[in-house]
Design a binder for this molecule. Sequence first.
Ligand SMILES: *[C@@H]1O[C@H](CO)[C@@H](O)[C@H](O)[C@H]1NC(C)=O
Ligand SMILES: *[C@@H]1O[C@H](CO)[C@@H](O)[C@H](O)[C@H]1NC(C)=O
Ligand SMILES: *[C@@H]1O[C@H](CO)[C@@H](O)[C@H](O)[C@H]1NC(C)=O
Ligand SMILES: *[C@@H]1O[C@H](CO)[C@@H](O)[C@H](O)[C@H]1NC(C)=O
Ligand SMILES: CC(=O)N[C@H]1CO[C@H](CO)[C@@H](O)[C@@H]1O
Ligand SMILES: CC(=O)N[C@H]1CO[C@H](CO)[C@@H](O)[C@@H]1O
Length: 372
Amino acid sequence: MGVCGLPNSKLLPLFCILCLIVCILKWTDIKAPTIFKPTQISGQQHRVNVSHSQAGTSLDGGPTQQQTEFRKNGGESQNALQKEQDNGEISAPDEFMEQQAVVQSERRRHLREVCSNHPELSQGSINAITLRHMFVDDKYKILFCSVPKTACSNWKRVLMVLGGVRNQTAGITLTEAHMENKMKRLIQLSPAARKYKLQTYTKFMYARQPFRRILSAYLDKFGGKAVYRQEQHFQDIAKGIMKRYRKNATTRDLQTGENITWYEWMAYLTNQTERVGFDSHWLEIHKVCSPCQVNYDYLGKLETVDDDARYMLTSLEVQDKANFPTGDEHQTNSSQVYNAYFGQVTKTSLQRLWELYKLDFELFGYDKPDFL
Ligand SMILES: *[C@@H]1O[C@H](CO)[C@@H](O)[C@H](O)[C@H]1NC(C)=O
Ligand SMILES: *[C@@H]1O[C@H](CO)[C@@H](O)[C@H](O)[C@H]1NC(C)=O
Ligand SMILES: *[C@@H]1O[C@H](CO)[C@@H](O)[C@H](O)[C@H]1NC(C)=O
Ligand SMILES: *[C@@H]1O[C@H](CO)[C@@H](O)[C@H](O)[C@H]1NC(C)=O
Ligand SMILES: CC(=O)N[C@H]1CO[C@H](CO)[C@@H](O)[C@@H]1O
Ligand SMILES: CC(=O)N[C@H]1CO[C@H](CO)[C@@H](O)[C@@H]1O
């Protein structure tokens, strides 16, 4: 008997040639795009199969057309191939969903890796701050951990519409989104209900480049927006900062807490003793949402909020029910403004600030600023 379990006769070469011909005919049948038929892709399935298609695995385990192509080009032509494949075979929304699924799984993988390097972040029970910031939607079984200064008002608007509190996101004011959203918080539920929902609901949160977040908090709350200066809570904080950090403060300064300088703000933020009383607008993101303890399904970033929101709403199949508002909140401050503010900060303060927010940078995959 021969290798293939065939009679070792003179017919073997002929048989092998026939085999080869059949193989080649079959081969030309396997057109790579058949794996990506958009009609087969929807919701859950879609996400599950992404890693396979990205790895270029074909159904029969052999190389696909694109895989061969990919190797030939040293693996750098993936985008070009994606486009080529796109030609009539896959529609743009599907390509978008594929790419975003990869982005999300990479963010989750990265977060888990950083969490495993900091075991203390996974210990103990979930803190009360996180339970307070976690909003519950029972209709769609969603938990949203709301980090201030990271598109949270817009997400509250979306959840208000999904929850039936409002008809549409447009026209919901900031005050309504924050004070009249009628949403339950996880902390209001029994420990058993909390546990059940944390285990079974879809969970998501947003992050933002930490230094931009504290600049935005400063500009919004202290840097001249009268509307926020009138909020008692922030005015009290401002008066405290004035008292402790402005040596030559006038009686008026102390009474109003108005016009805190960036320098005073930095002195406040970098003082270890102040840290225990930090408001959630500048408290470290990982303390607000405990990402090493809560297994978030979607990790959004303010910087990519349009894509992240579209992806999440589409994969939850609620994209027709509520649209994510564009504009207002996610206008990040320009690099010029950012550099101007951080350019004034002393090396020592920058170093302290880095120590303070380093974990947020690492957990959510933000690069260390180059002025450090
Ligand atoms: C929703 O819209 C309808 C009409 O378009 C209106 O009658 C109704 O009061 C609205 N409901 C809410 C909760 O705003
Ligand atoms: C307080 O001191 C700062 C500089 O140290 C100065 O710019 C500011 O004008 C002073 N304010 C008053 C009211 O003297
Ligand atoms: C704060 O700045 C504004 C605008 O520059 C000014 O009108 C206001 O009087 C200042 N407040 C105090 C307490 O100096
Ligand atoms: C740091 O904060 C504490 C508590 O608010 C305050 O007593 C102390 O003076 C601050 N330190 C500096 C160097 O400003
Ligand atoms: C489109 C496609 O290939 N869908 C498959 C995704 O993976 C699941 C199992 O993980 C299959 O059941 C689907 O047919
Ligand atoms: C969102 C935010 O903080 N925007 C600020 C960006 O910087 C300008 C100043 O150039 C401020 O006016 C905005 O309020």
